[in-house]
Design a protein around this ligand. Structure first.
Ligand SMILES: Cc1cc2nc3c(=O)[nH]c(=O)nc-3n(C[C@H](O)[C@H](O)[C@H](O)COP(=O)(O)OP(=O)(O)OC[C@H]3O[C@@H](n4cnc5c(N)ncnc54)[C@H](O)[C@@H]3O)c2cc1C
Length: 531
């Protein structure tokens, strides 16, 4: 087995060749000269989250064959309640929660015992001034998300998006296209009125008392399946329905991409998904782009190194990892002419997590005695202060409500490839979104003032984002459809195209609608067929 430790690729290949000799290389299927086995494909997609899955499906629909490389493993819930994903409550978190790290990545949960390294569903990326949490596995963010679907308000959308991408066009065509595919619903009355949804119900009531617009959101979630389970069992065990949704949901009620775009792409027979295939570096090649790939086992050990040469290459690794891969490729001279702007324009979506406790005088009487259920599916809007706040139900006890603000950062950070650690990192300053931070704090204070309650830290008030966006922003080294300037047939299609924020909203609907918009043009103009 090859080691997991990072080395710049050219040096690693030299070291490995010298150390293991040609017989062992032959065992890996590598030619004796030290180069990895190579394969040619027409269109290669890196990453199977929203950007990658939409790319695969729209290309397949137009008759084009693709190979999708996904660094994480496949996760399939065949029977509701199956033990597929990690539990989320403290003490029950296991290695399936975390991408190749010994500690789980969520803030607000006491440090767990050290876990063996495993290709789990959530990765934490450490930055300078902010950390990022993002997904790993077939289906990307759809494995871990809450499915919240909300469109940014038009005025704020227009403020941050380039003129060429209009809210009217997105609203008329691209948002509805995604909605039709994800088939969302809203939390039904029969569930919200149960004690397990006390947190959600109170969040909405108290927000309205305080004068905010507050409502249940569309969610890419099968609430009918959840309601059926609850009716049958008259209870919500943690592994079922809605409880442990962030590390993946064992009920199967979440609308993951294998049930929509990606599954439909595979069903055409034109899309091949290869899990546990981790793209390391991209190099310009006479025939297009050469990608060096590590095939890994579930513990993250490298079991083979391969080269795939693609005529067309889509990078859809999610914001942080797309930027990391491109910047590493530039640093190691694979893409020496990569535009200077790549890596800049990063935003945290103005995200700040806050909590209130003692929000009712008698927690048990209010219903807080039951484990609070998810998914996050309710939001309040404070348009004047440029922020929205979602309710984040979590497996915690007591009359505590967690609210995650999504504001509008005024400054932008920058991704860097750190050759010393072999990891992507990001530079960020608190001043870039001081207004959003203050607005989130003020909402909590106002809710407490009107309804009772007090702020509580819970370790949540750290600089972290689950919504990294930007780095390859439209018009900044990448055109309005994701084509990288000066690099024919190299595309970026994922959250890194967006301008660091989807104002007052969670990003996946906008990431996906924008991917639909890009693919429509790319397929028509670059592939020569209509979607
Ligand atoms: C816990 C959590 C909850 C969230 N909840 C919501 C929500 O309710 N609503 C909402 O709108 N948004 C939510 N988000 C955000 C949403 O998930 C992202 O905005 C969305 O997934 C971004 O899509 P993407 O295509 O950019 O990347 P992703 O969906 O992250 O997909 C990228 C994929 O690329 C793979 N990859 C990375 N590097 C490589 C490589 N080198 N080689 C091969 N594969 C690679 C990754 O493993 C991943 O599967 C949530 C995010 C988190 C972390």
């Amino acid at each position: 087995m090859l080691p997991r430790a990072y080395l710049p690729l050219s040096r690693r290949m030299f070291v490995r060749t010298a150390a293991v000799g040609t017989a062992a290389l032959g065992g890996l299927g590598l030619p004796g000269c030290g180069g990895p086995a190579s394969e040619r494909v027409d269109t290669l997609i890196l990453g199977s989250g929203f950007g990658g899955s939409i790319t695969a499906y729209r290309l397949a629909q137009a008759g084009h064959r693709t190979v999708v490389l996904e660094r994480g493993r496949r996760w399939t819930v065949s029977t509701p309640g199956e033990d597929v994903f990690s539990y989320m409550s403290p003490g029950n978190i296991d290695m399936r929660s975390t991408w190749l790290a010994e500690q789980q990545p969520l803030p607000g949960i006491p440090p767990s015992r050290r876990m063996p390294l495993y290709t789990g569903v959530l990765e934490k990326i450490y930055g300078n001034g902010i950390d990022i949490v993002c997904a790993a596995g077939v289906g990307g963010g759809s494995l871990v998300y809450s499915g919240m679907m909300v469109q940014p308000p038009q005025d704020y959308f227009d403020e941050v998006f380039p003129d060429e991408i209009t809210w009217a066009d997105m609203d008329a065509t691209w948002y509805p296209r995604v909605r039709a595919m994800m088939n969302p619903g809203t939390l039904p009355d029969e569930l919200i009125n149960r004690p397990e949804w006390t947190a959600t119900r109170l969040f909405l009531e108290q927000a309205q008392n305080a004068g905010y617009e507050a409502r249940r959101l569309l969610c890419a979630f099968d609430f009918e399946a959840a309601a059926r389970e609850v009716a049958e069992m008259n209870a919500i065990p943690e592994m079922l329905s809605v409880g442990s949704y962030i590390f993946g949901l064992n009920s199967g009620a979440k609308a993951t991409l294998d049930k929509s775009y990606l599954g439909m792409a595979e069903a055409t027979g034109l899309c091949e998904v290869r899990p546990l295939h981790w793209a390391q570096v991209i190099r310009q090649h006479a025939e297009g782009y050469s990608v060096i790939v590590h095939q890994i086992d579930e513990m993250g050990n490298v079991i083979a190194e391969k080269e795939i040469i693609a005529r067309r290459l889509f990078v859809s690794c999610g914001t942080a990892n797309t930027n990391g891969l491109l910047l590493r490729s530039k640093a190691e001279n694979g893409l020496p002419e990569l535009p200077e702007e790549i890596g800049s324009g990063f935003g945290n979506n103005g995200q700040h997590i806050k909590a209130r406790t003692n929000v009712v005088p008698d927690a048990m009487a209010a219903g807080f005695g039951s484990t609070q259920a998810g998914p996050a599916c309710a939001m309040l809007f404070d348009h004047d202060n440029r922020i929205a706040m979602e309710n984040g139900p979590a497996p915690i006890s007591g009359a505590t409500l967690i609210g995650t603000g999504q504001g509008i950062p005024s400054g932008r950070g920058r991704f860097r490839w750190d050759a010393t650690t072999g990891k992507v990192t990001v530079d960020w300053e608190a001043s870039y979104d001081a207004q959003a931070a203050e607005a989130a704090t003020n909402i909590i204070a106002h809710l407490n003032e009107v309804n009772g309650g007090e702020p509580i830290g819970l370790g949540l008030d750290v600089s972290i984002t689950f919504h990294p966006l930007g780095g390859c922003v439209h018009g900044q080294g990448v055109d309005m459809f994701g084509r990288v300037n000066g690099h024919p047939n190299l595309y970026v299609v994922d959250g890194s195209l967006l301008p660091g924020v989807t104002p007052l909203s969670n990003p996946f609907w906008t990431v996906s609608a924008n991917a639909e918009r890009c693919l429509d043009t790319i397929v028509r103009e670059d592939f020569g067929a209509s979607v």
